[in-house]
Design a protein around this ligand. Structure first.
Ligand code: ADP
Ligand code: MG
Length: 453
């Protein structure tokens, strides 16, 4: 049972990660755990009172909705603070506290405290296809020539496409290959930021320097989040230089290329561009099939080819979503003992993918498009005929239709055009999106901006 709970929670978190902003996810949910299920109530452990209150107030409904998608026998969520004694556990195991119990559940993949790497990620389990082979090749080269050749290594791509998996794998492979003589350290950029803020407040900048400069490989995930935070960028710049000058390897991930991180300082941007830059794009059909098969194998499960093909053709947004669907299917089979058929799978896919569309307003959409393309909203909705406004405007129209299903005349009016222009623009993007993966990528990134706002 414990194994199932752990899986359930991982799947739920995977979906939450798609629904809320990355920063919020990391701050509030990343360290949460599921400890126990009793009479339809799930007990969720959070690291402190503050997090408990926050999650309870902000995400309770969201979480319950997702959990029930997996397992509708759950009726209630209870939030508890780590270390607090749980009555329910005491009854079961007199010596047990939540902490003891947690350890039992999470033995499988414990993050290594020194490197902060999660051993679950390795290159073996990374399925390679045309969408990621460049990044994969670069990663393998970095492992062979740590700090020498491809420095820094910068990988970018949309959410759930395998950036974290790839860069953590580099760290794990390096640890194994060089038997601990080359020391990697993995850090999400939000963590770096919060460390810097803490150090400034407590006048402990030396600690930061020691922590981040005394490594051989520094892996920074989601660098776009440090953009615009002056002190953090400053400190990162110095860390970067110190490591770089000593031939230490730097690995960076981001949801977009360096030149598209609007708030990133020029000097950092040019440092990044001095190394090797590789992108990861959307896996095409064959790769999706391969990923599904590999995930099934990891879980020692099998599914018929029709079902695998059905999933591959319908779940296209990202790998995390594919995993979400598979986890749910496995859940169905394991927990409910149900036979899986195409109808059930279609239901599961629908539920998984619809979670993504929350209510947003038209002005949110327009604002996010403007923000992404770095143009002003006035230009975007106005009558100006500038070349650099063409794509943003078409994308804005497309998204108004796609997300809000607005009428063409209304969309036209919103963006200072008539309805035929709107029809034309939306049609054009609809066609382009299937041919041009970088446009598809941009649109997904903008959608994320929209849902975050
Ligand atoms: P990102 O950091 O780009 O948002 P992740 O690395 O977190 O994405 O990947 C999301 C999930 O999809 C992870 O569980 C990861 O293991 C899986 N995944 C992504 N790409 C691949 C791949 N090529 N092969 C196998 N699993 C993958
Ligand atoms: Mg990631």
């Amino acid at each position: 049972m414990e194994k199932n709970l752990e899986k359930l929670w991982q799947s739920v978190l995977g979906e939450m990660e798609l629904q809320i902003s990355r920063a919020n996810f990391v701050t509030w949910l990343k360290n949460s755990r599921l400890t126990e299920e009793k009479d339809g109530t799930l007990f969720i452990v959070l690291p402190n009172n503050f997090a408990k209150e926050w999650v309870e107030n902000k995400y309770h409904k969201n979480l319950l909705g997702i959990v029930r998608n997996f397992d509708d026998s759950v009726r209630k969520l209870e939030f508890v603070v780590s270390g607090q004694k749980l009555e329910i556990l005491e009854k079961k195991a007199p010596v047990g506290t939540a902490v003891v119990f947690e350890n039992k559940i999470n033995f499988e993949f414990r993050v290594d405290p020194e490197s902060n790497l999660n051993p679950r990620y390795n290159l073996n389990s990374f399925v390679v296809g045309p969408s990621n082979e460049l990044a994969f090749g670069a990663a393998s080269a970095v492992i062979q020539n740590v700090g020498v050749k491809y420095n820094p290594f910068f990988v970018y791509g949309g959410v759930g496409l395998g950036k974290t998996h790839l860069i953590q794998s580099i760290g794990n492979e390096i640890r194994a290959k060089y038997k601990g003589k080359v020391r990697p350290k993995y850090v999400p950029s939000e963590k770096f930021t919060s460390d810097v803020v803490w150090a400034i407040r407590n006048k402990r900048m030396d600690d930061i320097k020691r922590k981040y400069r005394d490594v051989d490989v520094l892996i920074i995930d989601d660098i776009q989040f440090i953009g615009g935070k002056e002190k953090t960028e400053e400190e990162f710049f110095h860390t970067f230089n110190a490591l770089y000058e000593n031939n230490k390897q730097i690995i960076i991930s981001s949801d977009r290329p360096p030149q598209s991180i609007p708030t990133l300082e020029e000097r950092l941007r040019s440092r990044f561009e001095g190394g090797l830059i590789a992108d990861i794009v959307y896996p095409e059909y064959e790769t999706r099939v391969a990923i599904i098969k590999s995930k099934l194998q990891e879980n020692k499960k099998e599914l018929g080819n029709e079902i695998i093909e059905l999933i591959a053709s319908k779940v296209r947004k990202n790998v995390r979503e594919i995993e979400g669907v598979i986890n749910k299917i496995i859940f169905y089979q394991d927990v409910r003992g149900s036979q899986i058929n195409e109808k059930i799978v279609e239901d599961i896919i629908e539920k998984t993918t619809q979670n993504f569309s929350k209510r947003v307003s038209d002005s949110q959409i327009i604002k996010s498009v403007a923000e992404f393309y770095r143009v002003s909203t006035d230009d975007l909705v106005g009558k100006v005929r500038k070349k650099e406004i063409v794509e943003p405007r078409q994308v804005a129209m497309y998204l108004l239709r796609d997300i809000l299903d607005m009428s063409y005349p209304y969309i036209g009016e919103k963006l200072g055009k008539d309805h035929t222009t709107a029809i034309h623009a939306i049609k054009k993007i609809n066609i382009e999106i299937n041919k041009n993966s970088s446009l598809f990528q941009k649109i997904i990134t903008i959608k994320e901006l929209i849902y975050k706002s």
